[in-house]
Design a binder for this molecule. Sequence first.
Ligand SMILES: *Cc1c(COP(=O)(O)O)cnc(C)c1O
Length: 244
Amino acid sequence: MSDVVDVKAGIKNILDRIAIASQNRPKHFTKQVQLVAVSKTKPVEAIIKAYEAGQRHFGENYVQELQEKANSPLILEKCKDINWHFIGHLQGNKVNKIVKFPRLYMIETIDSVKLAESVNSAWQKHRLENDGKLKILIQVNTSGEENKSGIKPEELTELYQHMTEKCTALEVDGLMTIGEFGYDYLKGPNPDFVCLMECAARLPNTEKLELSFGMSDDFEKAIEMGSTIVRVGSSIFGFRPKKE
Ligand SMILES: *Cc1c(COP(=O)(O)O)cnc(C)c1O
């Protein structure tokens, strides 16, 4: 029941915890950590509450749901500076749709040359002149699970090079991973986070890359390991029933 959740207090609580975790980082991590509030399955009223608390970056992982929210008259009226991050698996046949959504800020889940090319040409057609380049993160499959999206770590450099050389409508800002669910931190540092940091170290401009990892259960651990974007949903908006 989202109406009993205090979204504003939730945002403040997470921002406080991000600030503390940022101070606990090794000194060579200097980038400011950005909170993406993951609003999937939650109503626009909850998004507006978070926006009124100062939150500007929001994440959604279904194209259809993002389409409804991004075009919602209430959002368009009350959240003029909202920035949408798409964090779900992007199907090729949805690309022409998603590039038209108002205030689309970043797609965090590009994981193949084919998808990159398709987003690049769609953005070129619809937006390039008005909005400059579209921000992109490359999603890496750090856990090696067959059913997970993301490019294999060993194929990352090739995709990164292809995109920076050929996809001139896109701006590759960094990397993203989801990783294994329910990792037991008693076993040591999360291997998905270790893997993503190793991937980042192999790319040029490592210190400038945005690195998106860490969710409600582990965003502080992620920040201490070098995450610069954390995607937090249930700790802000409350429990989320599983989608059918
Ligand atoms: C749902 C989701 C999150 C947020 O998960 P919480 O555990 O609710 O914080 C983050 N990233 C992705 C890709 C998601 O789908």
